[in-house]
Design a protein around this ligand. Structure first.
Ligand code: GAR
Length: 201
């Protein structure tokens, strides 16, 4: 039986990447377990996915809350749930350098483009796909990377490309990219968790 790293997943929406991680983690040989889900938005479908899987889930609203208070609430929940590693899965808040330093090397993110292209502040969700189409790029894709203080700048663990097709809209491109996100995020978490476990054992 492999030692499973306790993973906290941060979401803001539908949570299809969360679902891909939950499904992968049901395999006995997967080196991580999804131990808690935190959303900054109430009522999102990702929270129902957590509930259906029997995973503790929490809402930490960000609106009208100081960032350090918001992040302290998240950090407290992660500590209380014994979390080893954080996966950002469609989490639409930028974390502070203080938070990232505290969790250094223990936060992964999935981004819907081939980083370092189309990353950084303002590049999230549909904005990314709009920019890719606008630029005339012939391919896009998804990247899983380690989170560092520079937004979307941390080392890439896994990437997979998809073609940008004539007549693509941000929605059709997003759907094609999302499919590869679901493929690479579990693989990236598996690789990274196995590496972390070896380092700490
Ligand atoms: C995904 O496409 C993810 O890559 C993107 O939000 C979507 C969330 O979908 N994240 C970002 O743009 C972060 N910069 P999901 O809630 O169905 O997983």
């Amino acid at each position: 039986m492999v030692k499973k790293l306790k993973t906290g997943v941060l979401i803001s929406g539908g949570g299809s990447n969360l679902q891909a991680l939950i499904d992968a983690a049901t395999d006995d040989s997967f080196p991580a377990q999804i131990s808690c889900v935190i959303s900054n938005k109430a009522g999102v479908y990702g929270l129902s996915r957590a509930e259906q899987a029997g995973i503790p889930s929490f809402v930490v609203p960000h609106k009208g809350i100081e960032r350090d208070v918001f992040e302290k609430s998240i950090d407290d929940l992660l500590q209380q749930n014994g979390i080893d590693i954080i996966c950002l899965a469609g989490f639409m808040r930028i974390l502070s350098a203080d938070f990232i330093t505290k969790w250094q090397g223990r936060i992964l993110n999935i981004h819907p483009a081939l980083l370092p292209k189309f990353g950084g502040k303002g590049m999230y969700g549909h904005h990314v796909h709009e920019a890719v189409i606008e630029s005339g790029e012939q391919e896009s894709g998804a990247s899983v990377h380690v989170v560092t203080a520079g937004c979307d700048e941390g080392p890439v663990i896994l990437q997979k490309a998809v073609p940008v097709l004539d007549g693509d809209t941000p929605e059709t491109l997003a759907a094609r990219v999302l499919e590869v996100e679901h493929d690479i995020y579990p693989h990236a978490l598996s690789q990274y968790a196995a590496l972390m476990s070896r380092k700490t054992s």
